[in-house]
Ligand binder design. Structure first.
Ligand code: 13P
Length: 236
């Protein structure tokens, strides 16, 4: 068994689960991308570009270093691989990244405003805010730079204007839950906005306290990643 085989299997299984459940926008296409950080190494295991998930195999998954140089794999990595690498560099608590084209968050991406803190149990998982990453063409340096900038807010979910969503977390399963929570609040928020009535948001002191709990959890995660602490910039 190769050094990265288990990671490749996990990335493949998660990608196919997301695809089967419609989080990539279609069940037969290749949109979206998924990655994991390799433990104790500046290496990222990431889905290949433009390959449908229903025919993807573990052997198709790519491994690249933080300069995007190939370590393993015969296919080209996702065009958003630099965005995934930025997430691992900027956020020491992050070990999994999922980029989706999910419906609810895509609707919010057209309203092009952040989602405010709405529910305490959601804010306790993903942070109080779902910020908006301004539009830039997929796969461009401009987009990846803006992602790196927004990720410093220490939340776990982001809406990408006229594009989709980005979720980051300490492992793939938690990040999948963040994808689900984002979908729940996005669809509920859009439905509430459609009434035309004012939106009730969480009181500021509650949102602030919940965010402190989120940041404390992240600090514990970051402390488990000593090697990268030395090389990567901290989100503070
Ligand atoms: P890739 O197929 O290169 O991963 O691109 C899909 C996508 O969603 C671009 O934003």
């Amino acid at each position: 068994m190769g050094r990265y085989d288990d990671y490749k299997e996990q990335v493949l299984r998660m990608s196919q689960k997301l695809s089967d459940q419609g989080y990539f926008g279609t069940r037969s296409g290749s949109a979206g991308n998924v990655s994991m950080l390799v433990e104790d190494e500046d290496a990222v295991v990431v889905t290949p570009t433009r390959m449908p998930y229903d025919t993807m195999t573990a052997g198709d998954i790519c491994v690249v270093d933080f300069e995007l140089k190939p370590i393993e794999g015969r296919l080209k990595p996702s065009i958003e691989a630099p965005m995934h690498v930025e997430a691992y560099k900027v956020r020491r608590d992050v070990r999994a990244v999922i980029h989706t084209h999910q419906r609810g968050a895509s609707a919010v991406s057209l309203i092009a405003e952040p989602i405010p803190p709405l529910f305490d149990e959601v804010a306790l998982s993903i942070g109080p805010l779902v910020d908006l990453i301004p539009y830039a063409l997929s796969g461009t340096r401009e987009l990846h730079d803006m992602v790196a900038d927004k990720l410093t807010n220490r939340c776990h979910c982001y809406v990408m204007q006229n594009h989709g969503a980005l979720c980051v977390g300490p492992d793939l399963e938690s990040t999948f839950t963040f994808v689900e929570l984002l979908e729940k609040i996005s669809s509920v928020y859009v439905a509430a906005l459609a009434t035309g009535r004012p939106i009730s948001v969480l009181p500021d002191p509650i949102a602030t306290n919940l965010f402190e709990a989120v940041k404390a959890r992240q600090d514990r995660e970051a402390a488990r990643k000593p090697r990268l602490q030395k090389t990567a910039a901290s989100a503070g």
